[in-house]
Ligand binder design. Sequence first.
Ligand code: UVW
Length: 323
Amino acid sequence: MTNNGGAPESSIALIRATGKRLSNWGRWGEDDERGTLNYITPDAIRHATTLVKTGATVRLGLNYDANGPQIPSPSGRFNPIHVMTRHAGDAELCEHPAPMEFGYADDIVTMPLQCSTQWDGLAHIYYDKQMYNGYSTNQVLGGGAMKNGIELLCDGVVGRGVLLDVAKFKGMGVLPSGYAISAAELAACAKAQNIDMRQGDIVLVRTGTMSSLLKGDKNTYMDPVANPGLAFDTLDWIYDNKVAALACDNYAVEVRPSGVPGIRLPFHHVAIRDMGLLLGEIFNFEDIARACAADGRYEFMFVGSPLPITGAVGSPLNPLALR
Ligand code: UVW
């Protein structure tokens, strides 16, 4: 018997029915582990290269350091800890200094892979004992993900990026806490920005809430009960438009509260587990939003592959827009 954890039957039924309706299991074969990245064809990548007009590059992620977004929370996530294992002081202590005072520095970083700008991989979310493409949750154990590992996606997250600057479209600068972006707003925003959606797009949605983090207000940015983001029913729009990957400038892509009583991450359930959609979180769209507004071009080449960490369920990255 499934443990509903206190969630109403209607919420559980909604997740299961939506997941079934929008499922991509089997679409790319019974053994597929790449999900919607399969929508990115060589033609789609060739087209993306034609969008590089000026050669300008714009960063879409944060630095990884102790000033990251994490605050104490039950998630157990913390900001990166960077430690030098070798530095100039060690060279000075060396009994036999090298010619020309040659030296080297080495370092280590310890960080949850989900603590800052990240891709959520296809082994990150499961329910009813299955993850994307029907693989059993027994395939994600202490040794890491034996199916749907993030390393399998490392050559695939390149293509046309489109910024849907919903905050600007709504004339708000920053969407209010708890604002649920609807599918109609995504479509209207794309239209207003002269974007015709194409199969294989990497869609970037700006809520503007990153500005609070950049000002140092982590509590607002990481608020687990009131955060702007995508409404659950935008999943149909994402599915219908054959989106390859989706990233947001908030901390969980989806709106908080979730709009589905009793379920904390309903969008994650269906997007990752049923659709096989890579979700990007804690991206920084402030610079790209200014660049796009300046010349009216909201499409560009996106380059942002995860790190090939074998068996990982997510990954930090340094995403770029090439314009
Ligand atoms: C969870 O909180 C489970 O995941 P994410 O970081 O994807 O929001």
